[in-house]
Design a binder for this molecule. Structure first.
Ligand code: UDP
Length: 235
């Protein structure tokens, strides 16, 4: 494995399995197993979990104010984190739940120095609560944490598309897939798979972003570039 430290961004939908929404034990177990295979290569792992299987702030636009709606979304990531932590512990690996939204009885509050120590001691970190602020997404949180922990790569796993396309492949049959795209092209053409704040942060901190479908193969294969797309500097 050419990378020493990775930040995995996993959408909340990965935890819903075949359900319409919510949490599925088997899906959490399968995800933990995949993470353990990657862990066993010796790489250090941080995970940023989404909450879309439970709640997305944007979905409440017409009913609630944005800030409380996003707070529900951030709390959803906490619930997902508890589930993933349990599942990872069940495969025998020490995983710590780290939150940006204070919740001391449930998870450790985010502290950079402590997180770095956990990582160097071989613990998997599950970052939840997003950035702790509304108006952001867990993609941006992933770019932020990847920058802070000096990850060599950010691997974003989606549940619907399998890489970066010129337009949404679910709507347009002539959408063209890109294996490799520059940060600049992602920003200029607003290629929608990742939010633009996240791309900007990764560009500034020179962190390559791999995009793949969670079900296309293993995390190891994804990091080896066997499928998916990559966003990096030109040349
Ligand atoms: N969220 C937020 N601030 C953050 C990260 C997330 O307010 O820094 C909220 C937002 O409402 C978002 C929800 O948490 O819709 C769940 O996150 P996201 O939609 O990114 O989850 P995913 O789509 O990856 O499952």
């Amino acid at each position: 494995m050419k990378y020493k430290r990775v930040l995995l961004k996993i959408s909340g939908e990965a935890l819903k399995g075949d359900r319409e929404s919510g949490l599925d034990y088997e899906a959490a177990g399968n995800l933990a197993l995949e993470i353990s295979k990657l862990y066993n290569t010796g790489i250090e792992i941080g995970v940023v979990l989404g909450g879309g299987n439970i709640f997305r702030g944007g979905s409440a636009k017409k009913s609630f104010e944005r800030t409380p709606a996003d707070q529900i979304g951030m709390l959803a990531t906490l619930m997902n984190g508890i589930a993933l932590q349990q599942a990872i512990k069940q495969v025998g690996i020490d995983a710590r739940l780290i939150t940006a939204l204070e919740c001391p009885k449930v998870a450790e509050s985010y502290n950079w120095e402590k997180s770095m120590r956990h990582l160097s001691m071989g613990r998997i970190l599950i970052f939840v609560g997003g950035t702790g602020h509304p108006y952001f997404t867990t993609d941006t949180c992933a770019a932020l944490r990847a920058s802070e922990i000096h990850a060599d790569v950010l691997l974003k796993c989606t549940t619907h598309v399998d890489g970066i396309y010129s337009k949404d492949p679910r709507k347009f049959t002539d959408a063209q897939k890109y294996e490799k795209v520059s940060y600049r092209k992602m920003l200029d053409e607003k290629l929608g798979i990742l939010d633009l704040t996240a791309v900007t942060l990764c560009m500034e901190n020179k962190i390559p972003i791999r995009i793949c479908n969670l079900y296309a193969g293993t995390f190891i294969e994804a990091l080896e570039g066997k499928f998916g797309s990559i966003v990096m500097e030109e040349g």
